[in-house]
Ligand binder design. Structure first.
Ligand SMILES: Cc1cc2nc3c(=O)[nH]c(=O)nc-3n(C[C@H](O)[C@H](O)[C@H](O)COP(=O)(O)OP(=O)(O)OC[C@H]3O[C@@H](n4cnc5c(N)ncnc54)[C@H](O)[C@@H]3O)c2cc1C
Length: 602
């Protein structure tokens, strides 16, 4: 539920919001989407329009693009981003071995280089400027700051054990995000001060020596499996007595979405095959030394409900030199009706069946290694486990701060086809010798006031945020992209529009969908904005700010920002370093260094 505004704040809002000479704002529910988009076409030439887009990921860049297209010469768009460099998850999320996906930045570069656009990298809403700073300076502000948090598993050990981290941070690590590598990190992981995320992950992948148990991993032979079925009655200890099949530590990934598959692929691929990608050099060096040879992907429901796309799944299942284990009784007939209803799910299941039919021909791979004489032995193993939920992450016996094993509860599916729920059966099993556990159960937007651990020290009151937030859905509440706010029943009730404030992308609709979905989304939001403009319902920038937007304010606050020329210098330097190493770019992983390069060049 969206928070309810105080009476005083509401009075201020509507005093400022009422359009000049117009009627009070109607409920956004009154405005059908079709009307919003068609209104956009018939607008007359107009005075300059100043817009601010907060966030330069796909949603923000597509929104800027749509604003420029619609308003033509009268548009001016300032784009702010917390990061010194643009393009959000296209840079820091998309996997390095998916280079073609990143080509969308060519379109975004075109938007940035437009003379009507200014870029302010390293300028964060909620840290360097507030919404109340922005709204009087623009006709409209479009919020596009994405989903910077993640959903949790809510199991013991998840917040306290070293080695248990979110997939979001792991992805940031291999993509060179300064928050994982930088000198200016706001994080202190599990109280392990001065250890960066990079140090933590490196320790997990390369120094995991669990001497506290018999070397023993999760079940992976038919014999073990039938034994487990007999013994799986809630007490994991018996199951764990089976002989070891390998000593290599395991990385466990909770979640069956595409981000989970990306993480598994990066851990399982021969790291040498990543050398020519834009993977961050420090992460690559760690992956090349990684002792983790096993990855277990764990999903609480079945293949018929998993979120991954068949194409990504096929890519993972067919990695060279990787054995794949999927257990027959975890791909159930119970969800047959769900498979019937969804072609992508059927294709995912087919991919699994095909891979199982091919088998794991270890001899063949051994022979290739011997013949070529060059390939070092690098067999790895992926197990895809369905119908399992984590019930606890457990410390090692010899180090109470570090993850050692994971206890899973087995589930069964209940409920009607199409909305099957996973229900725990009480039976458990344990995966031993776990070096790393990644939770990949979804990103989540955060209210602005939770974005920064270290709050701004100057003018703290100015940084009180006034962006409504629907904590239950993890989005900024909106109608067709217009930010809305619940009004208390005593004040008349209902959802009302916050004037001049719009939202787009993952922040608007939740962390779902691919890059292209943000274009459709941006069209809806900009359509709503344009329709509001046609009705005289945008704000008019305060004349005292002389149509100069946020630039003078950032200057007055002595904020060191990155302009688009600065970004070009960073881009050129990253490409230069990349060329030296035979890769498209070598990302700079420190904010301080980015700022230096932006100001001085390489
Ligand atoms: C790991 C991962 C891999 C993915 N891979 C693919 C893929 O291969 N193909 C595909 O099509 N889609 C992929 N996606 C989905 C795609 O990345 C999203 O659809 C898209 O990035 C969402 O766009 P957005 O602009 O809403 O958010 P984001 O891309 O997250 O952009 C948000 C921007 O806001 C900035 N920001 C955050 N807080 C603030 C603040 N307080 N002030 C100012 N700026 C702020 C951020 O720095 C960022 O630049 C992937 C997603 C993830 C998480």
């Amino acid at each position: 539920m969206a928070a309810v505004m105080s009476r005083r704040a509401l009075a201020c809002l509507f005093a400022a919001a009422r359009p000049r000479g117009g009627a009070p704002f109607a409920s956004p529910r009154d405005a059908p989407l079709r009307w919003l988009s068609s209104a956009a076409k018939d607008l007359p030439a107009r005075d300059p329009r100043l817009f601010c887009v907060v966030g330069s990921g796909p949603a923000g860049m597509y929104a800027a693009d749509r604003l420029l297209t619609h308003y033509g010469a009268s548009a001016r768009v300032d784009i702010l981003d917390k990061s010194p460099v643009p393009f959000g998850l296209v840079r820091s999320g998309v996997a390095p071995d998916h280079a073609s996906t990143k080509s969308v930045v060519n379109r975004f570069e075109g938007v940035l280089s437009d003379p009507r656009v200014c870029f302010f990298g390293n300028a964060a809403l909620g840290r360097d400027v507030s919404v109340d700073d922005l709204t009087p300076r623009y006709h409209a502000v479009v919020l596009a700051y994405g989903a910077t948090g993640d959903r949790t598993l809510d199991v013991p050990g998840e917040d306290t054990l070293r080695g248990a981290i979110s997939a979001r941070r792991f992805v940031g690590w291999f993509n060179g995000d300064p928050e994982a590598h930088g000198d200016d990190v706001e994080i202190s992981l599990h109280g392990a001060k001065n250890l960066s995320l990079h140090d933590e992950i490196t320790a997990c992948l390369t120094q995991h020596r669990d001497v506290s148990h018999e070397p023993c991993t999760h079940d992976d032979t038919a014999k073990d499996r039938s034994k487990r079925e007999m013994l799986s009655n809630g007490d994991p200890t018996e199951i764990e007595k089976k002989p070891a099949t390998a000593e290599a530590p395991t990385a466990v990934i909770f979640g069956l979405g595409n981000v989970a598959l990306d993480c598994a692929r990066i851990l399982l691929r021969d790291a040498r095959d990543l050398r020519e990608t834009d993977i961050c050099a420090a992460a690559l060096a760690t992956l090349e030394r990684s002792e983790v040879k096993k990855v277990a992907l764990i999903g609480r429901r079945g293949v018929a409900q998993a979120a991954f796309s068949p194409k990504e799944l096929r890519e993972l299942l067919n990695l060279p030199d990787v054995d794949v284990r999927v257990y027959d009784d975890e791909v159930t007939e119970a969800d047959e009706a769900d498979l019937e209803a969804s072609r992508p799910r059927r294709r995912a299941r087919e991919a699994i069946e095909k891979r199982k039919a091919r088998g794991n021909d270890e001899n063949e791979i051994e022979n290739v290694e011997i013949e070529s004489g060059t390939r070092r032995k690098n067999r790895k193993e992926l197990s895809v486990r369905f119908l399992r939920s984590p019930s606890a992450l457990v410390a090692r016996d010899d180090d109470a701060t570090r993850l050692g094993s994971v206890i899973l509860e087995m589930n069964e599916l209940r409920g009607p086809p199409g909305s099957r729920r996973a229900v725990g059966t009480g039976a458990t099993e344990t995966i031993r010798n776990v070096a790393l556990a990644l939770r990949s159960v979804g990103y989540r937007s955060k209210p602005l006031e939770e974005h920064f651990i270290v709050k701004s020290t100057h003018e703290p009151d100015r940084f009180k945020q006034s962006v409504p937030f629907d904590a239950a859905r993890g989005v900024v509440p909106n109608a067709f992209g217009r930010v809305t706010h619940s009004v208390a029943p005593a004040m008349g009730g209902g959802e009302w529009q916050v004037p001049g404030l719009y939202v787009v992308g993952w922040l608007k609709r939740g962390p779902r969908g691919i890059i292209g979905d943000n274009l459709i989304d941006a069209e809806e939001t900009v359509g709503a904005l344009v329709a509001d403009d046609a009705r005289g319902m945008l704000r008019k920038p305060d004349y005292r700010f002389k149509d100069r937007g946020v630039a003078p304010l950032l200057e007055a606050r002595k904020k060191s920002t990155v302009s688009k020329e600065g970004w070009r210098r960073i881009d050129a330097e990253e490409r230069r370093r990349g060329a030296e190493a035979g890769k498209p770019r070598e990302k700079i992983t420190s904010v301080l260094e980015m700022l230096r390069v932006a100001n001085e060049g390489g």
